[in-house]
Design a protein around this ligand. Sequence first.
Ligand code: SF4
Length: 340
Amino acid sequence: MLATSTITPIQNHESPVPEPKTGKRVVVAKELGYCWGVRRALEIVEAAAETTGPIAPIGDVIHNPQVVERLRERGVEGATSVAEAAGRGFRRVAITAHGMGPHLAGEAASAGMELIDTTCPLVTKVQRLAQKLVRQGYYLVVYGDSYHPEVRSVIGWAGTSKAIAAKKMDDLPWNAPRGVTGEGVATPPRKVAVVSQTTKNVDELMLFAQNLQAMVMPEGGEFRLCNTICEPTSERQNALKRLVEEDQVDVILAIGGRKSSNTARLAEVGTSLGVPSYHIERIGDIEDSWLSNAEIIGVTAGASTPDDVIETVVADLARRGYSPPEGGIRPIDPEYVPAY
Ligand code: SF4
């Protein structure tokens, strides 16, 4: 059963919301904001900090500066490494929802630190799959951002030099299909498998995979594509597509931390559908010129964006004369568990 939304109709007691102008309104995607994995990770780390004391997640526990600040006040403060956390006096470290390579458990044990693992189970699935594909003899391509902790964790668990992160063909160590020979030519091995960073855009993944498949398949090559984009990410992208189709929005605001990969993808999805789309972190990022001809503003938010940040943006748009969405943002199903 769906619980009542945690978002109540937008109100601001300091500056009353003016009567909306005719037709100007905000519509919100049916799926937006905190995903299941981020919500789960925050619950684990907050409960642990409350019962056992301060915890240092290695890296950002979440790609949202407002939440990072709130967690700091509750004794959850990121560190760049186990050694740094130990030097700052922490006795507990945490793996974030993005996951970490297997080295972290060893480092924590050596430093005598307790380790709390909040890796999203949907990321763990990709890590295990990477190991399996490598055992089966595939060269592993992780479609994603090479600097992203999740991608680095998947490559770490793959535990091989025959694994690479790539998000465009130029990132690959090959430049010609199998069977082609000649000076400067590099062709793929016989077996290549692709997994994806969980927050990528499925249309772009398919395009990348098609191009790579054409390179691998000649001369008896084997190619395998595993679509590991997670269900919550797909749902957010699909909800945004439906918003564009059904509500004919003029502008899309995708709300999320600047480092949030999935928020950036949402803005890209909006742009690819022909709607001017902007990735914003806070209301100060909104430029008046974006809204000058906009009647209907579509709002979406990345998987690490808390409800109150979304609410603040909607309230700001209400002050600019846009009716807030009827009934608030969205209901939360406390029993939801994504398929994996
Ligand atoms: S975006 Fe997907 S994989 Fe990442 S934490 Fe959320 S549910 Fe898990």
